[in-house]
Design a protein around this ligand. Sequence first.
Ligand code: RUB
Length: 300
Amino acid sequence: MESKRVALRIRQLRIQGARNIARAGLEALSKDAGRSKAKALGAFRKELMANAAMLAGARPTEPALRNGLLVVQVATAKAGGVAEAKRAAVKAAGRYLAAMEAAKKKIVEVGVKRIASGMTVFTHCHSSTVTAILLGAWKKGRRFRVINTETRPNYQGRITAVELARAGIPVTHIVDSAARRFMNQADLVLVGADAVTAEGSLVNKIGTSQIAAIAHEARTEFAVACETFKFDPLTLGGAPEPIEERKPSEVWERPPRGVKIANPAFDVTPAEHISYIITEDGVIAPQEAARIMRERGVNL
Ligand code: RUB
């Protein structure tokens, strides 16, 4: 069963980053729906729901995945039989994935305009959206440098450094705790997102909120690159964005007795520390997130 396999890979962190997780999850749900052996519509829906719950449960802080899984389930609501429901599920998943791809292209188009020659861009963790913007700007002939954090405990910053260096972009790789020392060299902080909440807060890799506070102090622009698919409509209803807690062994494999390890994967950056969000709808203020969620509903 593809959903089970992919949920496990997501849980084991073999698939990382909000976009990659959403893509893998939707592809798995679609594959299993298309291959379902269910004879009755009720059984098909039950199976679809169970697979969606399993995938969503693999990463609690991922509305892009959750929203997509919901869209696929809603798409089967009007089906009169199993064959029709299968077609509707596969089609809805395909549409969502295509819309995500189109959104990324648009974000790159918009984001590239914010990167000028001579700039120093500061980034944290690994966001495929951020690297796509930086690579796009470089291809357009903009010449800039990047400062990037290693991103403890799993060092996703190294993925960013490798991708940028391979393209010839000058990268200075620093430990997370050196962020303040380097902030006054940066013209722009650019990060990705796992979620954006109704109050316009950003949920992204642990450490992002400290970098935003430091950028605020240094009066450095702090920008987020993300599709509106990552806006979490559940937060409109009052639900707080869950923050995934990861294995203590990521931080310290064998801590001495009496030492408790806490390892939250994400943190929350308040809207007042965010200059703007680069979305497929263009550049928006974080305070616009709730309006966009309300307008979209589940018709993503
Ligand atoms: C990755 C992370 C990324 C966002 C956005 O955390 O915080 O900034 O997921 O990535 P992890 P993208 O590696 O723990 O999943 O822009 O690729 O969706």
